[in-house]
Design a binder for this molecule. Structure first.
Ligand code: SF4
Length: 263
């Protein structure tokens, strides 16, 4: 990802214009010397399609999605609970055993040390994956040239974004990030976690149609999982059959590659 703001929302009237970082979150002032890591999974076969990967969970997220499974990673502590040097040492021991390192979170693009961390990982010979919700388009563009595969969460149609993230004006950054990813040509998966209290089937179809028109090649609908979710308002009205098979078929037909995930 590089030269970010050049891919502004203004280039496409399909998205709302981004005027600032969402929810007042700013990338300024965040200049940690080392990546702030909240946890690591040393081996995963599910976080980077077709690759065996370690997953580095970066601290911090400006949003507060009710369905978040990593709420403990939302705050950034003064000191990383797991020093980056220690993570790097672990990764050195994985050379030859895994293909890639995925930076997840939290919101990894919140961390100004992300690009340096990616360079260090690439120097070890690993591919780089990134999970992001696109809250920081400029940082995303900065690191994209270092990324081999990206999973981008698109949470809702623009009018429904804030209800999912819990933060005002959150749609613009995410949707600008979508354009940046598509313009970059980096291999991608866009995905949307769905819940009947947050989405209507009509809106999900409209969102999928929008993404298809923009050029998304690989899309996934992820059914809400109650496990690990602390928001009782969502867990109590979860519907394992949402969205309907008919809606799933309509959405799937819009993309060359489509996945429905139950977990
Ligand atoms: S954007 Fe991701 S990490 Fe942040 S609150 Fe939402 S689900 Fe959690």
């Amino acid at each position: 990802m590089s030269a970010p703001t050049s891919t502004s929302a203004a280039a496409s009237p399909a998205w709302p214009t981004e005027t600032s970082a969402p929810g007042g979150a700013s990338t300024t002032g965040l200049v940690p010397k080392q990546l702030k890591v909240g946890g690591v999974t040393a081996f995963s076969a599910t976080d980077y399609p077709g690759k065996l990967a370690a997953v580095v969970f970066v601290q911090g997220c400006p949003w507060r999605c009710g369905y978040c499974h990593n709420p403990h990673l939302q705050p950034r502590t003064e000191h990383s609970s797991l020093p980056w040097t220690q993570v790097l040492a672990l990764l050195r021991r994985r050379v030859g055993l895994i293909d890639a390192v995925v930076f997840s979170g939290g919101e990894p693009t919140m961390d100004a040390a992300l690009a340096d961390a990616m360079r260090q990982v690439r120097a070890l010979g690993f591919g780089v994956g990134l999970h992001t919700a696109g809250a920081y388009p400029r940082r995303l563009a900065e690191v994209l040239p270092l990324v081999d595969w990206i999973g981008l969460d698109i949470k809702a149609e623009p009018h429904g974004y804030d209800a999912v993230t819990g933060i005002r004006d959150s749609a613009g950054a995410a949707l600008t990030s979508a354009e940046i990813v598509l313009a970059s040509g980096v291999a991608h998966e866009f995905r949307t976690t769905v819940h009947p209290a947050l989405h209507s089937e009509q809106d999900l179809l409209a969102l999928a149609s929008r993404l298809s028109r923009l050029g998304v090649k690989r899309y996934a609908l992820q059914r809400f999982r109650a496990i690990g979710c602390a928001n009782k308002g969502l867990t109590q009205v979860a519907d394992p059959d949402f969205p309907s098979a008919n809606l799933v078929a309509q959405v799937g037909a819009l993309f060359p590659e489509f996945t429905l995930r139950d977990s």
